[in-house]
Ligand binder design. Sequence first.
Ligand code: GDP
Length: 327
Amino acid sequence: MPRALITGITGQDGLYLAELLIGKGYEVHAVLRGQNNPKRAIVEAVAPEVVLHTGDLTDFSSLLRALNASQPDEVYNLGAVSFVAYSWENAHVTTEVTGTGVLNMLEAVRLHAGNDPAAVRFYQASSSEMFGKVQQVPQHERTLLWPRSPYGVAKVFGHYMTINYRESYGMHASSGILFNHESPRRGPEFVTRKISMAVAAIVEGRSDHVVMGNLDAERDWGFAGDYVEGMWRMLQQPTGDDYVLATGVSRSIRDFLDAAFTHVGIEDWSDYVRQDPRFMRPAEVDHLVGDASKAREVLGWTPSVSFPELVAMMVDADLAQLRAERK
Ligand code: GDP
């Protein structure tokens, strides 16, 4: 039975990946942060088979202990301070967790693996936010990185450290440059979930508007469930490498609002949406759209959920949750 260790188990990707790996017959272990973490119950409900180890990406010895206890064949480093807007207000902690945390994990894996550094395969969750002020459209594995937030800068550090450990020590280390991927499990602070929750609340008569920031920013949005399959495929290759995962289609926040409201039969949504500078960012990532041809050719990976299907899935899940609460 292969064994995997996941950091970031409480996030949407951690949960989808745990389900995927359990379905493939893995013994899944995960690092869980903090004392009395309120999200522990979510992990136990979704994937009770996962063996939890207390640890923190900023605490090197806790990572080494988790590796020793779980003896993994594969390590997926998904843990991060991941909300871009927050990263300006907490740049230092974002750098420590999202950036230096990757170095801690790589170093722990290297020491744990001993004489055979490639024995433990490593996945780093890199991000399209690294492209920031895009230097090329669409963006691929060799596009110049130009991060536009402390989060993006920290992810660039983790990305290059992963490549560096691969090249310096012969580690089987892969960096997945994932474009935005969403799901009903996405945190409510992210724009897609904020919209799907707001639209559900409006339909259910619990709210009459939503306050948004910049509606013109564009993202390449896919379904998180598809993207964790891509992570797993990267680690099944004979050697580590870097891959973009993306749909190749870019939509604006306005398009997302339009699709979400249209899905519930509201064509003119202008009265329901207000804007406030509070939700604007000091710098924007304007035109993210990914070229995933390498992942398609080498990994045989393609996304299966379209943009309208993703929006409908998220709105329907939030509607179902509100209706269940009412009963
Ligand atoms: P990100 O790509 O990781 O930053 O994901 P987000 O979902 O947080 O943001 C996506 C885009 O939506 C950014 O360009 C934001 O400026 C834009 N946006 C517009 N209004 C909002 C809002 O109310 N909340 C959030 N989170 N983002 C917003």
